[in-house]
Write a protein that binds this ligand. Structure first.
Ligand SMILES: Cc1ncc(COP(=O)(O)O)c(C=O)c1O
Length: 399
């Protein structure tokens, strides 16, 4: 079961609200990272709205979040533009060819004429500061955003914003480096009175304790003053980080070629794909269903259960080291090797931490594996199961 903590979400959005108020900018939820709309009523007050990666996310924001909506997609078709012009506030384009194709249509729309709808371009400052190539939109030949060379001499009539997104789980020093590149390549445009907004994308790890929020506040203020623009931030991860877990049951335990294996009720590839795609090693806990008073074994007691952190066996595997595998037929469907404080047995409960963002939005029913239910843990401690999945969900997706 995925369990999302409303208290944890609100802790994050309170930090974000404080930061955006101090910086004098707007901040929206990137739906691509977290779109569990039943939680939106708890986020709406602190945030300014949502950013959508296309029409379906935009509809979700319109129907369940309201407030401001910023839409950017690598490509739109005519039907997308027809719909989006009715309700999005920013419509950002990824290429000049897309903008030229739809410019007339958008500029003829009453919402554009009345100033409710603004259009922008995603630019590529060609300044890589990240460490994971698949999350770097600045790699040579990137399809995401327009470079200064491509923009030179273009007719920019009708545009009022620039948008860049180049960060992933990064601190504000990397944003500062990026802003210097943006200034060098696009500062002359931002200084034109025609340009009224600068969207600095996502990837800002604002709610992490290590994040330098003071620097973010300073550089956002400087950008607003320097260019005379409204600044927008659109984080996803910072809103939902450390707010959700995935609870799994051990279904089988056995040994193969000296490796201890545990088959779980949840799958890495189907239910936490970023563990394999990003890739990263999740924090895992073995849960005992009673409070522990064993001081020799440090553990966290939470809601009447005892959480034992699983260790990293890379330096010294023990007889309690297990490879955690999923119930699909993919040979590599595994979340990694973990060392537990005792032997695992069928029926044990394991908890994968931090499984709200970029997890629930990416799950599948590959192999017909059962999709975990989704629940909200409310601030008063009650658990509300908001979605259960059945065979019909698997069956009906393909016809
Ligand atoms: C254009 C854009 N904006 C915002 C985000 C959100 O980024 P994050 O969840 O890392 O804050 C992304 C993530 O890929 C993105 O591509």
């Amino acid at each position: 079961m995925f369990v999302i903590s409303i208290a944890a979400l609100k802790r994050n959005t309170a930090i974000l609200r404080e930061v955006k108020e101090a910086a004098g900018c707007r901040l929206v939820l990137a739906l691509k990272g977290f779109s569990c709309w039943k939680a939106f009523p708890h986020l709406r007050e602190d945030l300014d709205g949502c950013c959508a990666s296309g029409l379906w996310e935009a509809w979700l924001a319109r129907d369940f979040f309201q407030k401001y909506l910023l839409t950017y997609s690598p490509a739109y078709d005519e039907a997308d533009i027809t719909e989006l012009c009715e309700f999005t506030h920013h419509l950002d384009f990824n290429s000049l060819s897309q903008w030229f194709r739809f410019r007339e249509m958008v500029m003829a729309h009453p919402r554009y004429k009345s100033g409710d709808l603004h259009c922008g371009l995603r630019v590529n400052p060609e300044c890589s500061t990240g460490h994971t190539p698949i999350y770097d939109p600045c790699v040579a030949g990137s399809r995401l955003g327009i470079t200064a060379d491509q923009l030179a001499g273009a007719d920019l009539t009708g545009l009022s914003g620039l948008h860049f997104h180049t960060l992933c789980e990064q601190n504000s020093d990397d944003l500062e480096t990026t802003l210097a590149a943006v200034d060098e390549k696009f500062g002359h445009l931002l200084r034109l009175p025609q340009f009224t907004y600068l969207n600095m994308g996502g990837g800002h790890w604002i709610t992490k304790p290590i994040y330098d929020r003071e620097r973010l506040i300073r550089i956002v203020r400087e950008s607003r003053e320097k260019y005379g623009v409204e600044v927008w931030l659109e984080p996803g991860e910072a809103i939902a980080i450390h707010t959700g877990v995935l609870r799994a049951t051990v279904m089988d335990v056995f040994e193969a070629a000296g490796h201890k294996l545990a088959i779980l009720s949840v799958s890495a590839t189907a239910h936490m794909p970023d563990v394999m795609e990003m890739p990263y090693r999740p924090d895992v806990y073995l849960v005992d269903p009673a409070p522990s008073d064993d001081e020799a074994k440090p553990a966290v007691v939470f809601e009447g259960e005892t959480y034992h952190a699983a260790g990293d066996p890379s330096s010294s595997p023990t007889s309690h080291t297990y490879r955690l595998g999923g119930p699909t037929c993919l040979a590599g469907d595994a979340a990694g090797d973990f060392t537990f404080p005792r032997e695992l047995i069928t029926g044990d409960i394991l908890v994968f931490d931090d499984m709200a963002h970029y997890t629930m939005v990416k799950t599948t029913t590959f192999n017909g594996v059962k999709h975990p239910p989704i629940a909200l843990r409310h601030e008063d401690g009650t658990l509300e199961v908001i979605r259960e999945f059945g065979y019909e969900d698997f069956r009906d997706r393909l016809s």
